[in-house]
Design a protein around this ligand. Structure first.
Ligand code: FES
Length: 225
């Protein structure tokens, strides 16, 4: 598993919940410790793009030294960084022009703002780990990335293999907590899916199918005679 780089800067405060959180106070921190794929690697744009994970708005973007994921909220006045741009190795907020480095630290502000210091402006950053063509992140990372072993998922796409291992794997991974995954304007509402596990599998099916790794998610195939 590749190392987590860079380490998250200014982690979310203890007891944090996203605004208008639809998860309970108990569920959210449990889910926030899990790792989720938020984009295909080859779809990460040079310009920041918003991704919503567990009700938290993130900005994902590509810097010269790698993919970065930060909270989609400028530390200056709280406006979305996903409307900004990448310029000279820095993320530039579209509103007042504060410039942030790869680590989320503000490096410079326009002179007209007359800020005494920019040191206090720092984006909350999250790890971005590339694995099997996907970008994985975790909102409350602890230790090594807990990314599911998708080797067995790929192997399970062999039609000669039974479908049950993949389903068991994700049941184990996701536990019984509620789960919501949304990307861009596409939001998947868990209430409209048969189960938590099917939701996860449907998302993987879409992602893996697009990458050509799996043509059909085995666990969702009708049982063979
Ligand atoms: S809100 Fe980003 S620079 Fe002011």
């Amino acid at each position: 598993m590749p190392p987590v780089e860079p380490p998250p800067s200014r982690p979310l405060p203890e007891g944090f919940l996203p605004p208008n959180c639809t998860f309970s106070e108990q569920d959210w921190p449990v889910l926030a410790r899990q790792w989720f794929p938020v984009s295909r690697v080859d779809e990460v744009p040079a310009k920041p793009r918003q991704v919503i994970l567990l009700n938290l708005r993130l900005a994902i973007y590509r810097m010269p030294d790698g993919i970065r994921i930060g909270r989609d909220m400028c530390p200056h006045r709280g406006l979305p960084l996903s409307t900004g741009r990448i310029e000279d190795d820095e993320l530039v907020c579209a509103y007042h022009g504060l410039r942030y480095g790869s680590d989320g630290q503000c490096r410079k502000a326009p002179e007209k703002l007359a800020l005494k210091t920019v040191e206090c402006f720092r984006i909350t950053m999250f790890p971005a780990v590339e694995h099997h063509g996907l970008v994985w992140t975790c909102l409350i990372p602890q230790g090594e990335p807990g990314i599911p072993d998708i080797h067995s998922t790929i192997e399970a796409s062999d039609p000669e293999r039974p479908a049950s291992p993949i389903k068991l794997q994700y049941e184990d991974w996701m536990g019984s907590a509620k789960f919501e995954f949304s990307e861009g304007e596409i939001t998947i509402d868990p209430e409209h899916h048969r189960s938590l596990q099917d939701l996860a599998l449907n998302e993987y099916q879409r992602l893996f199918s697009e990458m050509g790794l799996i043509t059909t998610a085995p666990a969702l195939q009708p049982s063979r005679a």
